[in-house]
Design a protein around this ligand. Structure first.
Ligand code: OAD
Length: 278
């Protein structure tokens, strides 16, 4: 499965990045985005359900779509691939998971250092319209107390942490922050929005300095996320890719393991870190 020199290298690694996309959660039952028939973007136009413009013009439709998605995710569990990634932490000194997924399944499996490039569907934040912020004659609707994160932190004296924690993504009218009154939205990156700069910088630093990067279940079609495995390669890291289909990275990977995450990841960890056969 893994050539011997690469296996030796992986066993001596101090810093490993596990970079994941939707394929990581496919065997848990969450559809990927770009599968030609069942992918989410084959069934819905992301501009209609997951963009700033969509939330501006028909917020309730966008909220309802995310409620449906969150309900589907609540019913699934981490798969053997997520469990294998979490197990890696007991075998390698530093493991950083960089995920494009918003489903919280890495954390549910036990991974402790997870950088969520595209956010997390189970967190809410206040809706702050960047266009309004920059249009001179409009006063910004950013809450001075909660700074746009009404639910993450206490929002002034008007709301307690319990009030805020009780607000979740569920069917019904879009809730408002009980402190500042701002409309709430899922804390995920929609089309037309930048990534959280702190999360992106942390991910770039991890990619730049890792000894190996394992890329799992991503089509690598979305930037800037897709540049991270390439940065790792430039920095001298070994690249392992797991995917049923080749991607733009496969040719440059030190090894391309063609197949499914929940099957191949446990085998990879067994073959490299848990085998006595070396
Ligand atoms: P994609 O749907 O673009 O790609 C999923 C990848 O997973 C494909 O390369 C599949 O071949 C692979 N795959 C499918 N089943 C698999 C399995 N069982 N094991 C391993 N791999 C499997 O998903 P992403 O690359 O994650 O952004 O998409 C990136 C971003 O595009 C998403 O985070 C999302 C989307 O628009 C936002 O929502 C901001």
């Amino acid at each position: 499965m893994i050539p011997d020199p690469l296996r030796q290298h992986l066993r001596s690694c101090q810093n490993i990045v596990v970079f994941t996309g939707a394929g990581m959660s496919a065997e848990s039952g969450i559809p990927t985005f770009r599968d030609r028939f069942e992918g989410m973007w084959a069934l819905y136009d992301p501009q209609d359900v997951a963009s700033l413009d969509a939330f501006r013009h028909h917020p309730q439709t966008v909220w309802d779509w995310h409620v449906q998605l969150a309900d589907k995710i609540r019913q699934v569990a981490p798969n053997a691939g997520h469990a294998a990634v979490a197990r890696l932490e007991s075998l390698v000194p530093n493991v950083t998971v960089i995920t494009q997924n918003i489903d919280n399944l890495h954390q549910a499996a036990g991974s402790r250092t997870v950088l969520e490039l595209h956010g997390n569907i189970f967190r809410l934040k206040a809706f702050v319209d960047a266009d309004e912020l920059f249009a001179g004659d409009h006063s910004p609707i950013i809450c001075r107390i909660c700074d746009g994160y009404a639910v993450a932190d206490e929002c002034g004296t008007y709301a307690t942490k319990d009030d805020l924690a009780a607000i979740v993504l569920k069917a019904g009218p879009i809730p408002r922050c009980p402190g500042c009154g701002a409309r709430l939205r899922p804390d995920i990156v929609w089309f037309g929005e930048p990534l959280d700069i702190y999360v992106l910088e942390s991910a770039m630093r991890a990619a730049d300095t890792c000894d190996a990067l394992i890329c799992i279940g991503s089509s690598l079609e979305v930037q800037p996320a897709a540049s991270l495995p390439v940065r790792a390669k430039w920095g001298g890291a070994k690249i392992i890719e797991i995917n049923p289909e080749p991607t733009s990275l496969s040719f440059h990977a030190d090894v391309f393991l063609q197949g499914k995450a929940a099957e191949l990841l446990p085998q990879l960890i067994q073959a490299v870190w848990q085998s006595t056969n070396y």
